[in-house]
Design a protein around this ligand. Structure first.
Ligand SMILES: Nc1ncnc2c1ncn2[C@@H]1O[C@H](COP(=O)(O)OP(=O)(O)OP(=O)(O)O)[C@@H](O)[C@H]1O
Ligand SMILES: [Mg+2]
Length: 251
């Protein structure tokens, strides 16, 4: 069953063409790993998927919600309500956590459910505590972000994304701001989410992890998909010389 389809997404910043027609199809439960060098357009693509950037062209489909960006047709605006709906349905986890520093871990997790989904505070707290437990942080509910390690902050950010009950999760290098010894605990949480059958798009430089959890791998080069396929094939026998030499750096 298809969950998320992006077709021929294009985006330029002035003269710089950052996405030159990128298409992605995720079935429910797919984990799609996006790899590629710095500046290849990985973050911009994720930001286009949840409309933090407005694509110049292409279309998007999320479980029945269809958006057509036209073809360089900037006049075709996206209604704020549609944007809000899409963002609610696609959870995003950033490299830099982006937690609210003045709020406790639990309040970070329940703010969206209360203010956006309109849940009552008691139900939101119960669900929030359960999610903090799921990411191994039940004992840190009252801590503020400054009192948490980077790995703990990122796990709160994942719980916060889950609290919105998204249909798919987008991760943009969720472990690359972490000290090496904290990477594993975050990857473990993401792996558990994959095992639950969640649909996820994951930009990562953790190649062993991508090979382990992904159902499909896309290698971006200069705003295009240079190569894509099953993880075992991409990581052992890439067809593209550029993909091969990119992967060699991680050996
Ligand atoms: N808002 C913006 N305005 C102008 N140029 C931008 C903007 N956002 C991104 N770019 C440019 O678009 C290109 C792709 O950037 P992007 O952040 O998508 O790359 P990336 O693949 O995520 O790289 P990294 O691995 O370093 O995170 C880069 O050349 C970047 O400088
Ligand atoms: Mg990036």
């Amino acid at each position: 069953m298809q969950a998320l389809v992006a077709t021929d997404i294009r985006k330029a910043f002035g003269p710089l063409e950052v996405l030159r027609g990128i298409s992605l199809k995720a079935d429910k439960g797919d984990v799609i790993a996006i790899i590629g060098g710095s500046g290849s357009g990985k973050s911009t693509f994720l930001r286009c998927l949840n409309l933090l950037e407005r694509p110049d062209a292409g279309s998007l489909w999320l479980n029945g919600l269809a958006l057509d960006f036209g073809d360089g047709d900037r006049a075709r605006t996206i209604a704020p309500a549609t944007k809000a709906q899409l963002r609610r349905r696609l959870g995003m986890v950033f490299q830099s956590f982006n937690l609210w520093t003045h709020m406790t871990a639990l309040d970070n997790v329940i703010a969206g459910p209360i203010h956006v989904l309109g849940q009552d505070r008691k139900a939101a707290r119960e669900a929030g505590m359960e999610l903090l437990g799921k990411v191994g942080l039940a004992d840190k509910a009252a801590a503020h972000p400054a009192q948490l390690s980077g790995g703990q902050q990122q796990r709160v950010a994942i719980a916060r994304a889950l609290a919105m009950r998204p249909e798919a999760l987008l991760f943009d290098e969720p472990t690359s701001a972490l000290d090496p010894e904290l990477v594993g605990e975050v990857l473990q949480v993401i792996k558990a989410l994959a095992a639950e059958g969640r649909t996820m798009i994951l930009v990562t430089h953790e190649m062993a992890f991508a090979r382990d959890v992904a159902t499909h791998v896309m290698y971006f080069l200069d705003g295009r998909v240079e190569e894509e396929g099953a993880p075992d094939r991409i990581f052992t026998d890439p067809r593209s010389e550029r993909c091969r030499s990119f992967l060699r750096k991680f050996l």
